[in-house]
Design a protein around this ligand. Sequence first.
Ligand code: NAD
Length: 309
Amino acid sequence: MKIAIAGSGAMGSRCGYMLHQAGNQVTLIDLWPEHVTTINTQGLSVETAGKQRFVKIPAAFPEDVHDDFDLILLFTKAMQLNDMLNKISHLLTDNTAVLCLSNGIGNLETIKKFNSHLDLLVGTTLWTSELVGPGAVVLKGSGYIEFQAIENVSHETVIKINDVLNEAGLDARPSNNVLLSIWKKACLNSVLNTFCTILDCKIMDLRKSQYTPILTKRVVSEFEAVAQAKGIPLTAELASKTINASLAPNQAGDHYPSMHQDIASGRHTEIDYLNGAIARMGKELNIPTPTNTLITELIHAREDTVIKN
Ligand code: NAD
């Protein structure tokens, strides 16, 4: 299959690499000049289990790509999505399916607002990856991809995409309720990512504080109220179960979550698509969301202290 990855950071590079290794014709599209240049000159550096290899996969800026793709995988950060859609608009043809796997609440709305006629699928993934520098990713652990056709996509296309993802070892599974999974993951990230960023601690350290369950309960109950009003069947019980599983002694990571890493490297976070989305929707729906609003403001305040422009 001819596949473009639009947003080839940590996750885009991981998926692009795996799809390339499975024999697909992959193009890595990105906006970071150093990243694109490094991949094209030395190859994409992929480190797995301490072993590094350089893989030749073409990388390009959106404006330099003029091709017809069967599939475009959108993998920007949520706040970069609209800009990327604008920059790849010439690639969004009638024969191209678009699958967005970025985290956060509101990506579907962003895409539909941009173009409501796309052959659109959205999903979520439990794979992880780290971009350790331009042109260099470190792959750890395993995961899966859950996805669902939203608009204009035939059953045959879903099966084809599912097969291509599975042949690449990405363990894909079509879903009947991907929005629930997306909201559940957003709720998890709205607790673990934000708490670790505000408290400057690793995920496992959250276990030490008696305030973690108290604050979690507040975040989760506001998520439930807004989700129910939006017709998303997320309950506080379901969200808490996911969060508690991630905080279990054998699961709670000895690492900083990605939002903490974004702040550490002076970058914007996805807060407006996590707690911020709940705060925004709560306001629209007249549902009180004081905890998610405060957390959003605290993370934006953290951003203000580290981002230069
Ligand atoms: P990323 O930050 O690695 O990359 C996103 C974009 O930012 C890419 O275009 C990348 O080139 C650019 N970028 C990264 N570092 C940069 C720098 N220093 N200077 C300039 N540009 C830079 O994002 P990601 O981790 O691949 O995440 C993409 C989406 O996938 C997000 O919605 C994220 O929440 C989600 N996600 C990430 C992981 C993970 O383990 N990284 C896991 C699951 C889902």
